[in-house]
Design a protein around this ligand. Structure first.
Ligand code: KIV
Ligand code: ZN
Length: 508
């Protein structure tokens, strides 16, 4: 029988440690639901002790997501483990993932602990986690820079204490593929209890070798790979889920393993994660980049037209790349819209469907051709919307190359109408100043980007902003065929999030 490699997705935990990312519980839940559709084996939902927000997100995912194992991270301390166990209580299949560093450099400078102390803490942590859940994963942080004798002892004791999975991290992305393969093989040979646990790897991409290292480990017999969508993660990120899975798929002749991923959900997952996190995907990114299936050189185009396999080793359809089909127009009714959503894989509750239909109608009035990509953008935008405390009722802006930009806004803040005006160095600057005045929120715009959802002059524009409020970054998004309106919506969306973070948001 072919061996199965399980896919452990850490987008919501290690991925969220990507500099500049901060997700709220609703956004995390939306990603988790998509990971369920992608059919990952394990979702590492967060680090419950890290913050109340992370605790709530893990709990919400444990309550609502069925199918994959839901894991919560905990350092090897009682407090961490108790908090993780509490958050995971509602999960159908909970896993506590506990870790402690094992390399001399981490033990000496970070933990200030001896090998024996680390070993004792690891065993106690696994036993405590085991008192809550059957499924316990143990990671020796910085394993690839650890002493092999100690590492064998540590994993051996962890398994004896009840660990069901032992994870081998290349925490700082230091190992080369050959070294990493040697490490995995040595552990497989020298940890006597190894066949009682699943063996997992967790590779970082500091030297661009995370995917190669993970795939080498597959050849050595590991049964779990930890990875993140779009390669998100601490510093240079983790091994990219989509690259691992498509390598296993495309080169099944070589790797000879099975996995459970529904590859047709890869593109949508990647896009959703990029939209929600605000981290754009580089065009030449393997598998999911905009150019991954584009053929530029004439000789390549000629080859592909004659026979696709000349230059295409996998098909766009295999990752679910949506073709930009013209589907609906302003005369399309609710039924046709609902049917199209179903075909695209969205099952929305009635109230959400009504809202999406209303937005579709508004869009169809402004834009002649409404495509699948437009519909996906509307649904995704709506899915992560928090109740709005700040609503922009109307705005006006005037600008010109010989005139100072001026803007006025009328805003409804929890039922109170406020009007303000401001000038600025351009229309966006003026509008954002007016909005800040009206809402009496002092924040700083740290990033602004705009892209069009489809081609064409009447395309939907998607604006993403990052706003700094008291040292914390909030991401806002706006979607409209009018890019000034999309910009206002994005800023108002980010401001709303600052209020929710302060507990001043009022649910509608
Ligand atoms: O990189 C790492 O070592 C980790 C552990 C917590 C598994 O993220
Ligand atoms: Zn990591």
């Amino acid at each position: 029988m072919t061996r199965k490699v399980e896919i452990f997705d850490t987008t919501l935990r290690d991925g969220e440690q990507t500099p500049g990312i901060s997700l709220n519980a609703k956004e995390k839940l939306e990603i988790a639901k998509q990971l369920e559709k992608l059919s990952v084996d394990v979702i590492e939902a967060g680090f419950p002790i890290a913050s109340n927000g992370d605790f709530s997100a893990v709990k919400a995912i444990a309550e609502e997501v069925r199918g994959p194992i839901i894991a919560g991270l905990a350092r090897a301390t009682s407090k961490d483990i108790d908090r993780a166990a509490e958050a995971l209580k509602p999960a159908e299949r909970p896993r506590i993932h506990t870790f402690i560093a094992s390399s001399p450099i981490h033990m000496k400078y970070k933990l200030k602990m001896t090998e024996d102390e680390v070993l004792e803490a690891a065993v106690a942590a696994v036993k405590r986690a085991k008192s809550y859940v059957e499924d316990v994963e143990f990671s020796a942080e910085d394993a690839s820079r650890s002493d092999i004798e100690f590492l064998c002892r540590l994993y051996s004791e962890a398994i004896k204490a009840g660990a069901t999975v032992i994870n081998i991290p290349d925490t700082v992305g230091y190992a080369t593929p050959r070294e990493f393969a040697n490490l995995v093989t040595t552990l497989m040979e020298r940890v006597p209890e190894i066949d009682k646990a699943k063996v997992s790897v967790h590779c970082h991409d500091d030297l661009g070798m995370a995917v190669a290292n993970s795939l080498e480990a597959v050849l050595c017999g590991v049964t779990q790979i930890e990875c993140a969508v779009n390669g998100l993660g601490e510093r240079a990120g983790n091994a990219a889920l989509e690259e691992i899975v498509m390598a296993l798929n495309t080169r099944k002749d070589f790797y000879k393993v099975e996995h459970s991923i529904n590859t047709r959900q890869i593109y949508r997952t990647s896009k959703l994660v990029s939209t929600i996190t605000g981290i754009a995907i580089q065009p030449n990114k393997a598998v999911v980049g905009a150019n991954a299936f584009a053929h530029e050189a004439g000789i390549h185009q000629h080859g592909v037209l004659a026979e696709k396999s000349t230059y295409e080793i996998m098909t766009p359809e295999s990752i679910g790349l949506a073709t930009n089909t013209l589907v609906l127009g302003k005369h399309s009714g609710r039924h046709a819209f609902a049917e199209r959503l179903k075909e695209l894989g969205y099952e929305l509750p009635q109230d959400e469907l009504d809202k999406a239909f209303e937005r579709f109608k508004e869009l169809a009035d402004k834009k002649k051709e409404v495509t699948d990509l437009d519909i996906e953008a509307i649904v995704e935008d709506q899915a992560v919307k928090l109740p709005q405390s700040i609503e922009v009722e109307c705005f006006q802006v005037s600008t010109g190359n010989k005139a100072m930009a001026t803007a006025s806004v009328r805003v409804n803040i929890n039922g109170e109408i406020v009007e303000e005006a401001a000038t600025g160095s351009g229309p966006i600057d003026a509008l954002y100043r007016a909005l800040e005045r009206a809402c009496n929120i002092d924040c700083k715009l740290v990033d602004y980007s705009i892209k069009s959802v489809t081609g064409g002059k009447d395309a939907l524009g998607e604006v993403t902003v990052k706003v700094d409020k008291d040292g914390k970054i909030f991401l806002g998004r706006g979607l409209s065929t009018d890019i000034i309106e999309a910009s206002v919506m994005a800023y108002a969306n980010a401001m709303n999030k600052t209020l929710w973070n302060n507990g001043n948001g009022k649910s509608s």
